[in-house]
Design a protein around this ligand. Structure first.
Ligand SMILES: *Cc1c(COP(=O)(O)O)cnc(C)c1O
Length: 366
């Protein structure tokens, strides 16, 4: 058992609230896919998915092994694998995972695999590139794709998808509208070949916020589920799902002139009371937060991180805070805490969340 004292609490209440917030913004019939890749954005994909399994229509992961882990947790909801490789197809069909097929090479390889296994009508998803230039078929591939798919019984197109490049950025509205127009043309062309109608989906969290008219049959919500919209106003409507807690291991009184931590990076200009906290850069707490730039919260007061962040510990200034060894502290509790850390680290909330290392114990609180 991992009885490390630093704990990431995953708030089931927040997940549920955020899901409902997005549901309220969508048509009733629009399906919801919850993105739980990268350990559920740094939390625990199995716990998050288990909690949400009866509340969403789909899950998505990036890689096949992430989907396998969900299946081992007895999750029977459909699971889309966004970025599979040919060598994963065996694992994918064995675990009833649904691959996103993004080029002719993966399409042909998947068909060969399905034929060898004697699998028919296996659900696949066709991913199109409409401007992100990351993964996906181009529109020009459609005749070839459809010639291949219409002459096999081994697969069935469950959905057609694309991904927006700048859905959060209103300065890129024209670009995004062009992506959406492209996507519409792609799905209509494909529908012409088929006597059934696969689902279409392209919106991520900020897509739902900025382009609800393009919700099609399903939307893929990642960061929003965990509490972040694309601006302050949206974020304030959501609840933070990731709460990182620790405790005070030891308190020292440092005399004027003494130093704290590696490289003696903190020098006491006056007598200073400091607390040592068992969490460090190996836990995902960036070294950039040291030297007074970042802070933690103890009994609702800010305790600046002093000196360098160590691998397993930080020291914080508690001169003006009434606290004692063993007390609980928050590394972050609110979205604002996480956004402050993101901004000091010159990154985005996504990275701060996914950096929380696997050494930290996870618990889901309902
Ligand atoms: C990660 C991802 C999402 C989720 O994006 P958010 O901005 O976190 O909502 C949706 N679609 C694809 C293809 C992704 O890779």
């Amino acid at each position: 058992m991992n009885n490390h004292v630093s704990v990431l609490e995953i708030s089931g209440n927040a997940l549920e609230h955020n899901l409902q917030y997005f549901k309220n913004r969508l048509h009733q019939k629009t399906k919801i896919l919850a993105v739980v890749k990268a350990f559920g954005y740094g939390s625990d994909a199995n716990k998050v998915a288990y909690f949400l399994k009866d509340k969403v229509d789909y899950f998505a992961v990036a890689y096949a092994h992430e989907g396998t882990s969900l299946r081992k947790t007895k999750i029977t909801t459909p699971i889309l694998v966004l970025h599979p490789q040919i060598q994963n197809f065996e694992e994918i069909t064995r675990n009833q995972l649904e691959p996103s097929i993004y080029n002719l090479k993966t399409l042909n390889a998947f068909l060969t695999h399905a034929q060898e296994k004697g699998i028919n009508s296996y659900p696949i998803h066709l991913k199109f590139n409409t401007g992100l230039n990351r993964l996906g078929f181009s529109k020009d591939n459609i005749p070839k794709i459809m010639e291949i798919i219409c002459s096999t019984k081994h697969v069935k197109i469950k959905s057609i998808l694309s991904h927006l490049a700048a859905s959060e950025d209103n300065n890129e509205r024209d670009f995004t509208l062009n992506q959406l127009q492209n996507f519409k043309e792609i799905i209509n062309q494909i529908y012409d070949y088929l006597d059934y109608t696969p689902m279409a989906h392209t919106l991520n969290t900020s897509g739902v916020i900025n382009y609800p008219e393009a919700q099609f049959d399903m939307v893929r919500i990642g960061i929003g589920l965990y509490g972040f919209g694309n601006n302050k106003k949206e974020t304030s409507q959501l609840k933070n799902s990731h709460i990182l807690k620790s405790i005070i291991s030891q308190i020292h009184i440092v005399k004027k002139g003494e130093t704290v931590g590696y490289n003696r990076a903190f020098k006491a200009f006056k007598n200073t009371t400091i607390a040592t906290i068992p969490i460090g850069h190996a836990d995902g707490l960036s070294r950039r937060l040291g030297k007074g730039k970042g802070h933690i919260t103890i009994h609702n007061q800010r305790a600046p991180i002093i000196g360098n962040v160590c691998m397993d510990m930080i020291m914080v200034d508690i001169t003006n805070i009434k606290c004692t060894e063993g007390d609980h502290v928050f590394i972050f509790k609110t979205q604002e805490d996480i956004l402050t850390i993101s901004s000091i680290s010159e990154t985005i909330s996504y990275e701060i969340l996914t950096l929380i290392s696997q050494r930290i114990k996870r618990i889901l609180i309902c």
